[in-house]
Design a protein around this ligand. Structure first.
Ligand code: BES
Ligand code: ZN
Ligand code: ZN
Length: 465
């Protein structure tokens, strides 16, 4: 399917956005009214003889436009029309592109005979092409990077394991002019990354630390991105119940998001140096599995009592964060992880949890990047009482809190123990456990990986000064 920005064009269908007021003034009001269309948000109505697809919106906010375009594109793809036109302007072009690309996304890798859509051309019609050209191109790059992330998240644990994840990162690096370095278990041992290594010990696959670098000339800032890349989380010996294990291929979504961000950043040619670190590991069971009761010596030297092998993400991240802080002196350090079920309990399934010390950064993400990008972000505050719950009787820290409440925050506080003093205000942790995957359609998301993180991070980085 092609998407083009055009001035004026004839296509099979003209898409019209209508609210309750504009509906009554519309030429086709009588026909639409007869069909029962009242312009309620996300309702659509085809008037085939008029070559019109009416789309209901409450108002013209980007969220509402993106949402109804996501409905419209599915209807267009399953119709027999070959082309469709959307009218766009500077206020809605990003939302329309997102609705088309993200709402129309399909993952067909495992479908033997995927349905072929007849829809070949989407035209975005506007008065002044040159005014919208760059916004159009940026929106396409970011939406396609989000689909790239979704594709990897959706890939099965058989096909996407730590070594094949590293190969895929290498391929992206080659295609997008990035530098890469991959550390296997031998190198990880040399680096004393015993917490990360313990998690992957019972897997048949070698754990990998992926490091990609995007380095333009004279960068304004240096950014470190860290991703949890659990290609499968069975829970380990603290085994997950059968129903909770299904979907745990998505536990690599933080790592996948970081790769998607690297794709977007390099294609947007941003003026910043960016380092991506992904801890790619599989958490399995076996005679050599790490155990509850083990004490691990992390790369930083902090000893960790393992009380639950299903709290493995933080064990991988603490070593990767420590490594990243040694390798790169960054202005910002952001980590992305499907870290806790508790984050979903706290904020709901749709919202990414934001944790860290810097009030300014929290504000920039929760109030600005979220609004600009259409992703949902919510702040979860640290406090000293929750911090105490990680005390261990035998080691420096326990990998799980002694009380069940505030689990997303205690996981964030665990990571905070591995952020060096000079980096405290540069670091932000994003828990995407709920937002990274969905079993039903919402907004521009369809079944499976959502690509959470790519849009809000791209929008933050685009504006960095
Ligand atoms: N990968 C899971 C978190 C998760 C749960 C992500 C559901 C997406 C959906 C993580 O490794 C985990 O199992 N966390 C435990 C922590 C607990 C043992 C302290 C959890 O959330 O139950
Ligand atoms: Zn787990
Ligand atoms: Zn996990």
């Amino acid at each position: 399917m092609n998407i083009d920005l055009v001035r004026d064009i004839k296509s099979d269908v003209q898409v019209k956005f209508l609210n309750k007021v504009s509906l009554k003034k519309c030429k086709q009001y009588k026909k639409l009214n007869k069909a029962g269309f009242s312009a309620s948000q996300d309702s659509i109505c085809f008037l085939h003889e008029k070559a019109v697809l009416a789309c209901g919106i409450e108002d013209s906010s980007a969220d509402n436009i993106r949402s109804v375009v996501s409905v419209a594109i599915k209807a267009l793809k399953s119709s027999n029309n070959k082309s469709a036109t959307f009218n766009v302007d500077s206020t809605n072009i990003q939302a329309v592109v997102e609705g088309i690309i993200l709402g129309g996304y399909e993952f067909n890798r495992y479908i033997s005979k995927p349905k072929k859509s007849k829809l070949k051309n989407i035209f975005l019609s506007c008065k002044n092409i040159s005014e919208l050209q760059s916004a159009f191109e940026e929106a396409i790059i970011i939406a396609e990077a989000t689909c790239f992330t979704r594709d990897i998240v959706n890939t099965t644990p058989e096909d996407l394991n730590p070594p094949s994840f590293a190969d895929l990162a290498k391929k992206l690096a080659k295609e997008n002019g990035l530098q890469w370095e991959i550390l296997g278990e031998k190198a990880l041992k040399k680096e004393r990354m015993e917490a990360m290594l313990a998690v992957g010990r019972a897997s048949i696959h070698d754990s990998k630390l992926i490091h990609l670098t995007y380095k333009p000339k004279n960068p304004k800032k240096v950014i470190t991105l860290v991703g949890k890349g659990l290609t499968y989380d069975s829970g380990g010996l603290s085994l997950k119940p059968a129903a909770s294990m299904v979907t745990m291929k998505m536990d690599k979504a933080g790592g996948c998001a970081v790769l998607g961000m690297m794709k977007a950043i390099s294609e947007l040619k941003l003026d910043i140096e960016v380092h991506a670190f992904v801890g790619a590991v599989e958490n399995m069971i076996g005679g050599n599995a790490y155990k509850p009761d083990d004490v691990l010596v992390s790369r930083s030297g902090t000893t960790i009592e393992v009380r639950n092998t299903d709290a493995e993400g933080r064990l991988v991240l603490c070593d990767v964060l420590d490594y990243a802080q040694d390798k790169v002196e960054a202005d910002y350090i952001f980590d992305f992880a499907t870290l806790t079920g508790a984050c979903m309990v706290a904020l709901g399934q749709y919202t990414t949890g934001v944790m860290g010390h810097s009030t300014k950064l929290k504000h920039d993400f929760v109030m600005r990047a979220a609004l600009d990008s259409g992703e949902l972000l919510g702040h979860l505050p640290f406090n000293r009482h929750l911090k105490k719950l990680l005390k261990s009787g035998i080691a420096d820290i326990s990998n799980v809190a002694s009380k069940p409440y505030g689990g997303a925050i205690t996981a964030g506080v665990f990571l905070d123990n591995f952020i060096r003093e000079e980096n405290k205000d540069k670091w932000m942790h994003f828990d995407i456990a709920g937002s990274a995957y969905t079993d039903s359609v919402w907004d521009c998301n369809v079944y499976g990986g959502t690509g959470a993180g790519v849009r809000f991070m791209s929008s933050f980085l685009k504006k960095i000064k």
